[in-house]
Unconditional design. Structure first.
Ligand SMILES: [Fe+2]
Length: 255
């Protein structure tokens, strides 16, 4: 009953914030399972606390000191979780354990309204286009660190998804793109790259964006099907930041 209310709010507001939560890892996975099947991330070096469903982003060494290394630069670009899979991410659920004093915020952008705000010409131009999403592209080639192994690469080959997606629960159309989108199916590679970059930039409007500054013990749940998000940078040599994340699988995107 309570979950039904949470799910209704999730569809209506797209981002939910729960403050002052004492949430052990097992409870986080349990909560996530209410939404659906929880993704086991292919990059198993991030698995946390013995739960392969959880993905820990931390810049701390074994003594709890900043190690100077950002754990995932891929999160700094606007993206939607799991768009590099045939079945893409539905909800992402992040719990903040340790929060940076400066930076390390999370930004969200409403992709329903980003779509609605496009000109009729743009809507027409992208109506039937498929973008090819590729984790190896966004992670390894663009951000350079923690490259994927050959086996991980084989496990997640590139997949195509419609750029204009109809949300399976609300029936509303939205843009589905972000940093994992590499090129456009059937289009010259560079032309497709340019179109993706242009559209990703065009989608983000200050008034469609929510910027969240974290406090420890906060839990945020968001809908990847109709939002893009990104993290802001922080100084990993000075600040401490530890969050644990899990992503619930959704469905194959439909036009
Ligand atoms: Fe993400």
């Amino acid at each position: 009953m309570l979950f039904r209310s949470i799910h209704t709010a999730f569809l209506q507001y797209q981002v939910l914030l729960f403050r002052m939560q004492d949430l052990p890892p097992g409870r986080q996975v349990e909560f996530a399972r209410h939404f659906g099947e929880v993704q086991i991330h292919v990059m198993n070096q991030y698995h946390a606390d013995g739960y392969p469903e959880l993905y820990r982003l931390s810049n701390l060494d074994e003594n709890g000191n900043p190690n100077g290394k950002h754990p995932d630069k891929g999160t700094l670009a606007w993206h939607t979780d799991g768009s590099w899979r045939r079945v893409t991410g539905q909800a992402t659920i992040i719990y903040a354990e340790v929060v940076a004093g400066e930076g390390g915020e999370t930004h969200f952008c409403d992709m329903y309204r980003a779509y609605e705000r496009l000109s009729p010409e743009w809507k027409k131009r992208i109506a039937n286009l498929l973008a090819v999403h590729n984790l190896d592209f966004s992670r390894t080639r663009r951000h350079g660190e923690e490259p994927m192994t050959e086996a991980q690469r084989r496990e997640v080959p590139p997949v195509d998804h419609p750029i204009v997606r109809t949300h399976p629960d609300t029936g509303r159309k939205c843009l589905f793109l972000g940093d994992h989108a590499e090129y456009i199916a059937g289009m010259d590679y560079d032309e497709g790259r340019a179109l993706i970059d242009e559209l990703n930039a065009l989608a983000v409007h200050p008034d469609l964006t929510y910027e969240h500054r974290w406090t420890p013990g906060e839990l945020i749940v968001w809908d990847n099907r109709c939002l893009m998000h990104r993290a802001t940078d922080y100084d990993p040599a000075v600040q401490r930041r530890v969050v644990r994340r899990c992503t619930v699988l959704g469905e194959i995107p439909r036009q």
